[in-house]
Design a protein. Structure first.
Length: 219
């Protein structure tokens, strides 16, 4: 049902008044939800795909050259996979921590912020800034054990820690947000479709490389 202006009606559930929460932010408020964000989950899938593809390389190599598969591997051939498997998670961990620290510093969140949910929409107030979003302008809302991650754009997200609200208000938000916030596509969140193309390309490249290697290095 829509209003006379053709706009979506205001969500119900605020008859008891707005839901307001306040908290002093810490980097932990952000790092706790980092892995749950769709754009970041894609990175974990890619890390897993690299591990699988490295294993696939040695498997196909063993099929094409069983004698070589039984020989000790030179350290140079182990260096790159080892650096990738160890280095990539380290980079992700450092990026996660840097994101949390930078977010608190940019928002001046340690001075305290306020979140407000009412029939008009969602507003966020921090020192020196105030942002208001109508419900229909939001993109998506994700819930974790510690927070709500509210996307105000295809790539812009506001982390709302649950500890900012009383227990009753937390329960109201858990009930209201899934129906009040739209579920729109996000930038860089697609995981399996681009991953499938990457895996297929890698399979073709690995097979081509090993076939050429076999031709150039006959036993």
């Amino acid at each position: 049902m829509t209003s006379e202006l053709g706009q979506a009606p205001e969500p119900s559930g605020f008859e008891a008044g707005p839901i307001v929460g306040r908290a002093q932010l810490t980097p932990d408020d952000f790092t706790a939800v980092w892995a749950a964000l769709p754009q970041n989950r894609r990175l974990f899938v890619r890390l897993g795909s690299w591990v699988v593809l490295i294993g696939m390389f040695w498997f196909v190599r063993g099929l094409l050259d069983p004698a070589a598969a039984s020989e000790p591997l030179p350290w140079t051939m182990l260096l790159v996979p080892g650096v990738m498997v160890v280095g990539f998670p380290l980079i992700l961990w450092r990026s996660r921590n840097a994101w949390g620290k930078n977010a608190v510093a940019e928002l001046r969140g340690n001075e305290g912020v306020e979140y407000r949910f009412d029939a008009a929409g969602f507003s966020f107030s921090a020192p020196g800034r105030q942002v208001q979003h109508a419900w229909s302008a939001l993109y998506r809302c994700l819930e974790t054990a510690q927070a709500f991650a509210i996307y105000t754009g295809p790539a812009a997200v506001i982390v709302v820690p649950k500890r900012a609200f009383a227990a009753d208000d937390q329960a109201r938000l858990v009930s209201l947000l899934p129906t009040a916030v739209p579920n729109r596509p996000l930038s860089g969140a697609a995981t399996w479709r681009p991953l499938g193309r990457t895996v297929l390309l890698w399979v073709v490249m690995v097979i081509a490389f090993l076939v050429i290697w076999q031709v150039l290095n006959p036993k």
